[in-house]
Design a protein around this ligand. Structure first.
Ligand SMILES: [Zn+2]
Length: 422
C-alpha cells in the first residue's frame, strides 16, 4: 500500500481548530469549541460516503462503514478523542512540517527557547529521513489525539475507495473530554453496536497497549477529640497530628509514584483537609493486579490502626471507592483482539512493542462498559507539551495497520459462523 500525505494533510488542518477541554467545567462537552472539530469530522465522513455520520448533542461523532463481505464478522470500532490537554495552550496552533529530518536540532520559530533535540528525545534517532510535524513554540501540537482522529479518517477514506479490501461492519467513534476523564460519560454503547474496539491514542510506532492500572481511591477520616485548648490537658486529641503521623509512617523508598515504575503499583496521598477535631486524607491506590490493590489497602489500614491505637478516644473511618480496572481483565476473555492487532502491526512491516499504561484510558472504561478496547499507536511524542512532535510516516503506518486489521478480522471469520460476543 502506498500512502502519500493524506493523513498528515488532515492532521495539519485539525490541529488548527482549538478543542481544549476544561477540567473545571461541569457541562458536556466541557467546552463547546470541541464541537467545532466534531462537526467538521461528521461532515467529512458524510462526504466520504458514510451516510449515517453525525454528531450528537454531547459532541460525540458516530459513523458506520458498511460490511462488504458475506461472512459474519464481529463489528469493530475505531475510537479517538477530539479534545486536547489543558496542560499547554491549544489556541492558534501553527503546525510546521519539517521534511526529511536528519537529526539536527529543530528550532520552533515562535519561541527561541523551545528546541527539539535528539539528546532529549531518543526516539528522534528512529525518525531519521522522516517528515516531522511540530507546533511553532507557543502551543501544544495536539497530536494527542488529533493524530488518532486523522488516522481513522484516512483509513475510513481508504476503505470506502478500495472495495477489494474485504471487511465486516466498521464503526467510527470520536469522543470529547478524554483529557479531563469524562470521555465516556455520554457515550451510547448500545447505539454504537460494536463487539470490540481499538483506541488510536498510543505513541511509538508498533506499540500496542493492552494493560492499564487498576485504580481505587481511599479516604481516611480521622476523628480526634476537641476541647477548649486552654483546658485540653489529658483530653484533647488533635486529628491533624494523627494525620501527620500516618503520612510519616508511609514507606519512604517504595510504593510511591516517585519510587516506582514499570509494573509496580503505589499508594499516593493527594489531599489533606481538616481541623484539629477531624481530618480527611485522600489517597490514590494503583496496581496492575486488582488483588494488589487489596494488599495496598490492607497495608494502609494497618498503618492507620497502629497510629490511632496510641490515642485512646480517637477513631477513624476507612472508605475504598473503585475507580477503574485493568482492561487486561476484559481483553484476556477475547484474546483474538490483541492477537489480530499484533498481526496487523507485523503485516505493516513493524515490530510489536507491547506496553502497559501507568494510568487509565477511555479504553479501560470502554472495556468495562462491555466494549473490550486495547490502544494502538499513532506516532505521537512529547505529548501535552510545546515540544510535541509526530512523524508523517509513523502516522501512515497506523493507517496501514487499521487496513490490515479489518482484513484480518474478515479473514479469520468463516461464512455463517460467528465469533462475536455471546
Ligand atoms: Zn490521548
Amino acid at each position: 500500500m502506498e500512502y502519500n500525505y493524506t493523513a498528515a494533510e488532515r492532521f495539519m488542518r485539525y490541529v488548527q481548530i482549538d478543542t481544549q477541554s476544561d477540567p473545571l467545567s461541569n457541562s458536556h462537552p466541557t467546552t463547546e469549541k470541541q464541537k467545532d472539530l466534531s462537526k467538521i469530522l461528521a461532515e467529512e465522513l458524510k462526504a466520504i460516503g458514510l451516510e449515517d455520520a453525525h454528531m450528537d448533542e454531547w459532541g460525540y461523532v458516530y459513523a458506520t462503514i458498511p460490511s462488504n463481505t458475506d461472512k459474519q464478522v464481529p463489528v469493530i470500532c475505531f475510537c479517538s478523542h477530539v479534545d486536547t490537554a489543558p496542560d499547554a495552550s491549544g489556541t492558534g496552533v501553527k503546525p510546521i512540517m519539517h521534511k526529511n529530518y536528519q537529526g539536527q536540532d529543530i528550532l520552533l520559530p515562535d519561541d527561541e527557547n523551545i528546541v527539539l533535540r535528539k539528546s532529549d528525545f531518543s526516539y528522534l534517532d528512529k525518525l531519521i529521513g522522516h517528515d516531522l510535524i511540530t507546533a511553532s513554540g507557543t502551543t501544544l501540537l495536539g497530536s494527542d489525539d488529533k493524530a488518532g482522529v486523522a488516522i481513522i479518517m484516512d483509513a475510513a477514506n481508504y476503505l470506502v475507495h478500495h472495495a477489494e479490501v474485504k471487511h465486516g461492519t466498521i464503526k467510527i467513534l470520536f469522543t470529547p473530554d478524554e483529557e479531563v476523564g469524562k470521555g465516556t460519560d455520554k457515550v451510547d454503547i448500545k447505539k454504537l453496536e460494536a463487539d470490540f474496539a481499538y483506541t488510536l491514542d498510543g505513541g511509538e510506532r508498533g506499540s500496542l497497549e493492552d494493560e492499564t492500572f487498576s485504580a481505587d481511591a481511599v479516604q481516611i477520616i480521622i476523628h480526634g477529640v476537641i476541647t477548649h485548648p486552654g483546658y485540653g490537658k489529658g483530653k484533647l486529641i488533635n486529628a491533624l497530628k494523627i494525620a501527620g503521623e500516618v503520612l510519616a509512617q508511609l514507606p519512604k523508598n517504595k510504593l510511591s509514584p516517585e519510587t516506582t515504575e514499570g509494573k509496580e503499583g503505589f499508594v499516593h496521598p493527594i489531599r489533606v483537609d481538616g481541623i484539629a477535631e477531624k481530618c480527611t486524607i485522600d489517597f490514590l491506590i494503583r496496581d496492575f493486579i486488582t488483588s494488589g490493590l487489596e494488599t495496598k489497602e490492607a497495608l494502609l489500614k494497618s498503618v492507620v490502626e497502629l497510629v490511632v491505637k496510641n490515642y485512646p478516644g480517637a477513631s477513624f473511618d476507612f472508605k475504598v471507592t473503585e475507580q477503574y480496572r485493568n482492561m487486561k481483565e476484559m481483553l484476556d476473555q477475547y484474546p483474538q483482539i490483541v492477537l489480530y492487532a499484533k498481526e496487523a502491526i507485523n503485516r505493516s512491516g513493524l515490530e510489536v512493542v507491547m506496553e502497559s499504561i501507568r494510568g487509565g484510558t477511555d479504553g479501560s472504561r470502554l472495556s468495562f462498559m462491555g466494549l473490550p478496547c486495547p490502544n494502538l499507536f499513532t506516532g505521537m511524542h512529547a505529548i501535552h507539551s510545546k515540544k510535541e512532535f509526530i512523524s508523517v510516516q509513523d502516522m501512515n503506518k497506523a493507517v496501514e495497520t487499521i487496513v490490515h486489521l479489518v482484513q484480518i478480522w474478515e479473514e479469520k471469520s468463516s461464512t455463517g459462523s460467528t465469533t462475536s460476543k455471546p
